[in-house]
Design a protein around this ligand. Sequence first.
Ligand code: SAM
Length: 310
Amino acid sequence: MHFTKEPMNEILAWAREALKNVDTVTLEVLNPDLARGCYAGENVLIGDTSYLYRSYKAWSDLGEILFCRMLTPEKVSEYTVRITFEKLDQSDSFHRFEAQEEKYGTASRFAAIHKNEEPAFLNAYLRALRSVKVGEKKRILNLGINTGDEFDLIQQILPRESYTGLELVGIDHSASAIAIARERFDEGNATFHVHDINDLETLALGRFDLIVTIGTLQSSGLDFKPLFAKLVQEYLSTDGAMVLGFPNCRWMGGEMIYGAKAPNYPYSEMSLLIKDVYYCKKYLQQKKFRVTVTGKEYLFLTATRISASR
Ligand SMILES: C[S@@+](CC[C@H](N)C(=O)[O-])C[C@H]1O[C@@H](n2cnc3c(N)ncnc32)[C@H](O)[C@@H]1O
């Protein structure tokens, strides 16, 4: 389909309708390279033809909204490119499985995900680690560590002597994921437990300078508020800091798609996410932490003690 001046509303409706019956849709549109710096919807006159401009980012956003991947655009004419959207395989997702120890194990599709390779995740997590001054921490606890990607980035960004001086503790009830984590971090400064987060007491872990937990506290089977309060009260050291990652996305067909699936809604609805993030923020502020919330597909709440961060 060739689009020139049609509004995005029309293009979106057309693509949605077409994708009910086919797996790919192709649009011929103005080559975005020819009008760089324009905003979406700006009029671009080429010869006698008037086009509405959209950047590749806008087209890629459209693909995400349609639950499609965008294929490499092809040049069709001097002024236009062909953009093809291909439906993502929505059944290729670990989200569908019932909660159980190996839902996120090495045999699951979750094991194919490397969040640190998604720039939006990486940038937000990096920022969170820097804002809590990870290099100055000694004991770091990670709940829901899985195979250890969150420790891997800490290892990548710290000078070697700082990294080896850390004491890392990771907990997860997936035995297969923890087995991989143990192989990856075998330098003697990391300990991993195959254990239920509901029962931290029996591990007698002591207190930590940093607690990191991403995509885990809201898991079914965990009682979010009491667990969170217990972490702050019983597991943080006097100058302890926190990095909490809340997913606002779902993974399907190889893509990290903005917007978490919400119970009872056919689209992403953020009330629960906002409620939980706000609860943590309020709680930590009352306990005299400085709290920031950043990120997009993952919201990162970072908390540092006000006295310690001055
Ligand atoms: C969504 S995954 C997130 C993993 C990792 N933090 C990441 O972001 O890639 C949640 C992790 O928490 C673990 N988990 C969930 N409930 C748990 C529980 N009650 N005790 C221990 N681990 C749990 C799962 O096995 C899984 O590895």
